[in-house]
Design a protein around this ligand. Structure first.
Ligand code: PNW
Length: 462
């Protein structure tokens, strides 16, 4: 009825996709079940000192065994879409050869369960869990990994293709390339800046080859996409030097992927800035054409802005070649439990930039959310007012972007469940549903009820 509708200014378009997001290694557990082989995260999380508290994804939120319950939680929330990832080592344990049927079966059950609940499945093929055997053969700096990825894409699409609404090739290749191979804070933990640039290129190539494999296996109506964690880069001052620092970070954080994927070219300034590390001769004829196979949408993950100035920073850094040119400045204002600044304007900035740069590419916010320590009251209810405030501000920023003519089709809250937060282990909680990792009991937080109301109203309450 009219009463329950939000004021016009805060209503989202009809058909807007309201989702939540997760990733396989962060929630599934069952790391050695049904033939799954180790990924680079199984290996990395066992290296002392790499993950806080020695946490691993061995059990995680035990989603592999609680999938039906987790889909029911989403049905109660009323989401229209669910973004999950397929674990490569469950489907193709060594990264090569025929598919493992039991692995595919799990995702088939998940997708069927989602569809029965009226929730559109949005599947990501790579959310950082490379089969360890492929890393042993050279990993992402090695060209063959991109070819193996396209084969894996084709296996999964052949098995599940017609049941999945949207296929995403990669999640955040920036993190996978530069946190994985340059700063080493993510798996596989290498600190080789030149290798990280090769990895970045092979991610672009892998993406493009996988788009081709997906198109060949899927009905024409299937949406094929890519998710990037783009950086809302701001120079500290209007000085030319700070502007140059921002340009470098934009090249290494954004255009390193945007230019090959959407324009079929390498950023010239990036090639010049990294000349001391590589001559980029690993980019072969045809690679950039392959990388720029057309996609149907772009997913962007946003948490915080990045403020930079001319200066230096210590390595090992995820910004190869920028160590002697860029200083990272703490952004002002409140922070989340990750110590990440809360600044919704950065999301609006990114969305409007993409509107201008890629006017014909529909966008989706494929991750946004925050870690906060939440607290249970004596009745067992879990309260997370800061998360509600964070989500409200960021949804308002998406709404402003819509009003400014940005074609944003959906918003996926990170995350459905508290989960394995990579190098931070289970200590950082991003879920709108609390998970007690001892009992695996799920308890929706206040933020889950709030998000459910937003979805039901189709917009933000005043
Ligand atoms: C993203 N950084 O990770 C991932 O896609 C999720 O799996 C993750 O849980 C979520 O954001 C929250 O961290 C990131 O250091 C990890 O810039 C690190 C960075 C960015 C994104």
């Amino acid at each position: 009825d009219v009463q329950s509708r939000p004021p016009a200014g805060l209503a989202f378009p009809t058909g807007f996709r309201w989702g939540t997001a997760t990733a396989a290694y962060q929630i599934e557990g069952a790391a050695a079940e049904d033939g799954r082989a180790p990924s680079i995260w199984d290996t990395f999380s066992r290296v002392p000192g790499k993950v806080r508290n020695g946490d691993t994804g061995d059990i995680a939120a035990d989603h592999y065994h609680r999938m039906t319950e987790d889909v029911a939680l989403m049905r109660d929330l009323g989401v229209t879409d669910y973004r999950f990832s397929v674990a490569w080592p469950r489907v193709q344990p060594t990264g090569r050869g025929p598919a493992l049927q039991k692995g595919l079966d799990f995702y088939r059950r998940l997708v069927d369960e989602l569809r029965a609940a009226g929730i559109r499945p949005v599947a990501t093929l790579y959310h950082w869990d490379l089969p360890q055997e492929l890393e042993d053969g050279g990993g992402w700096p090695h060209r063959e990994t991109a070819e193996r990825f396209a084969e894996y894409a084709s296996l999964v699409a052949g098995a599940l293709g017609d049941r999945v609404a949207t296929w995403t090739t990669l999640n955040e290749p920036w993190c996978a390339a530069f946190l994985g191979y340059a700063s080493g804070v993510h798996a596989p933990g290498r600190t080789d800046p030149a290798a990280s640039l090769r990895a970045a290129h092979h991610f672009n190539l892998a993406h493009g080859l996988a788009v081709g494999a997906l198109r060949a296996a899927l009905p024409a109506s299937t949406e094929v996409s890519l998710t990037l964690n783009l950086h809302a880069v701001r120079p500290l001052t209007g000085s030319e030097a700070d502007g140059d620092a921002a340009r470098r970070v934009d090249a290494l954080g954004n255009r390193v992927f945007l230019d090959p994927v959407f324009h079929g070219r390498l950023p010239e300034d990036l090639v010049a800035d990294t000349a001391a590390l590589t001559d980029w001769s690993f980019v072969r004829d045809g690679d950039l054409a392959a990388a720029s196979a057309p996609v149907d949408s772009l997913g962007i993950n946003y948490y915080s802005p990045t403020v930079v100035a001319a200066g230096t920073h210590e390595g090992p850094s995820p910004w190869p070649g920028a160590e002697r040119h860029v200083r990272f400045e703490p952004a002002p204002g409140p922070r989340t439990a990750m110590d990440w600044p809360v600044d919704a304007d950065g999301l609006h900035e990114l969305l409007t930039r993409l509107r201008d740069e890629l006017p014909h590419v529909p966008l989706m916010v494929t991750e946004n959310g925050a870690a906060y320590d939440d607290y249970a009251d004596p009745s067992g209810e879990v309260h997370d007012p800061e998360r509600v405030a964070y989500l409200r501000q960021h949804l308002a920023a998406v709404h402003r972007a819509l009003a400014d003519g940005v074609d944003v089709r959906g918003y996926f809250l990170w995350s459905l469940l508290d989960n394995f937060e990579w190098a931070y282990g289970y200590g950082k909680r991003f879920g709108v549903v609390h998970v007690d990792f001892a009992s695996q009991r799920r308890t929706p937080k206040d933020s889950a009820r709030w998000y459910g109301e937003v979805i039901a109203r189709g917009g933000l309450p005043q």
